[in-house]
Design a protein around this ligand. Structure first.
Ligand code: 9WO
Length: 224
């Protein structure tokens, strides 16, 4: 998969160069291309934003640099059209299901907004879908783009062990079971006996029961 990210702050994306996303890039499972919106703004001032029509506070990202950037980035691989996604609180919620769907696409182009947002005509003409990572306002779309990228990248074939992706929270529709490691007794608290039993049938049944109990207690909405 190829992920293009259009941003005013490419230096914010350091997290995608650590841990699992970094390994996925090294292994050739994903190619991440960062593009600075300012590079597409006209000289001499390279202005990317302007005051809102109708008044009000703050600034809006101008349409021309966004359109120039989106056309140019799409044209970098014409035979591989990108799904163009704008990260905003107005978007459809990012879920594990949506991450799985996006992980099947050959290319994503993530657009990061700033200030009060982007000119609506860009959304009308160039954005395929608006996605929200949750019901809160951030200071920009970059964190949303990183969250979406991470959720998608780890689902790509061969990035993590396939059984671990299949077993984890949400893929199964319920929360994860508790995990324990050594020592067997920590600050007076013992690891549940069944995990030391070596009986894999019992262990699996215990984990499923624990996962269901945790879901009922912490996220009953997931069981509706
Ligand atoms: C800022 C603002 C200030 C005064 C009045 C209204 C306002 N709305 C906004 C606003 O929504 N700014 C956004 C900041 C513009 C697009 C980029 N920004 C953003 C994206 N904030 N939060 C997100 C986001 C992205 C994905 N999922 C959740 C939140």
């Amino acid at each position: 998969m190829r992920i293009d990210i259009l941003t005013l702050f490419p230096e914010m994306f350091a997290p995608l160069y650590s841990s699992i996303p970094a390994r996925a890039q090294t292994a050739g499972k994903v190619q991440i291309e960062l593009h600075n919106l300012r590079d597409y703004a006209a000289a001499p001032h390279h202005q990317v934003d302007d005051t809102p029509f109708g008044g009000g506070p703050g600034m809006v990202l101008k349409p021309e640099p966004l359109a120039a950037a989106l056309q140019s980035i799409q044209d970098e691989e014409k035979d591989k059209p990108a799904r163009v996604i704008y990260l905003s609180p107005q978007g459809i919620p990012l879920t594990q299901r949506l991450a799985e769907e996006l992980s099947q696409l050959p290319r994503l182009l993530l657009v990061c907004g700033h200030y009060e947002g982007i000119d609506e005509r860009i959304i009308d003409k160039y954005i395929d879908m608006e996605v929200s990572i949750g019901d809160y306002v951030l200071s920009n779309g970059e964190l949303g783009a990183m969250v979406l990228s991470d959720a998608v990248i780890r689902l790509l074939d061969g990035v993590i062990a396939s059984d671990s992706a299949a077993q984890e929270s949400f893929s199964t529709g319920i929360l994860d079971h508790p995990h324990y490691t050594k020592p067997a007794i920590f600050e007076g608290m013992a690891v549940p006996e069944v995990l030391l039993s070596g009986n894999h049938k019992h262990i699996e049944a215990w984990r499923q029961e624990q996962a269901l109990a945790a879901t009922k207690r912490k996220r009953p909405d997931l069981l509706q």
